[in-house]
Write a protein that binds this ligand. Sequence first.
Ligand code: IPE
Ligand code: IPE
Ligand code: MG
Length: 239
Amino acid sequence: MSESLRHIAFIMDGNGRWAKKRLLPRSMGHRAGVKRIKEIILSCFEDYGIHTCSLYCFSTENWNRPEDEIRTLFRLLKQFFEEEIDFFKEKNVRIRVLGFLDDERIPADTRKTIEKAVTETAGCDKYVFNVLFNYGSRQEILAAAKSLARKAKDGIVDPDKITLDDFRSELFTGQEDGDVDLLVRTSGEERLSNCLLYQVAYAEFIFTDVHWPDFDRKELAKCIDIYKHRNRRFGAIKE
Ligand code: IPE
Ligand code: IPE
Ligand code: MG
């Protein structure tokens, strides 16, 4: 690969439209969507040697959806983690949650299952799977600013000496592998929807019309091939 690819992020979108096209309820789209997750992240890790895979699963704005859809989504995600935890351990994948897991609107059983997946894979060190759950990038940046403001107030940091690295450490992604190399959004929408705004500063973007439940290894391969031919310059001059 001409461009290195360490961190890939996916905005899984189009579950609802995938179902609608088939005259199915939206919940069936989410079910089909959640089923795709394992195949895609495994392919990222094993076929392409990608170290970190981030998946946007539930945004802070998704609370605006009907309650039963939210409940279904949470149930499907909970089931996914219950069923796949051993698989992640076996593959040496560390699961991290990016998002506000302490939100009281999240059902206790869903939170517990996700926390368990995080704790039980904490020692895994080959790959990282970032689950963006109750995640909003503006809120993440605001929380980082508040934390630094508090530290400044308490005399722990000098506001004039705050570096980009200090700021980065305050984000959910933390210091390591925060920067996204490639962001893929499915289903034809060409927007970020509050996803990793800070971390995609120099990411490559691919928007595909394929709905997430149809996004398979072959579709992933097409994206990787497009990425390979991108010329990332980071402000410098490169032939
Ligand atoms: C993505 O599919 C899943 C989540 C946002 C959780 P959507 O549910 O947004 O599907 P569309 O965009 O309505 O088709
Ligand atoms: C973004 O998708 C959030 C997730 C994929 C979790 P949405 O479907 O919620 O985004 P909008 O509303 O179309 O921007
Ligand atoms: Mg959508």
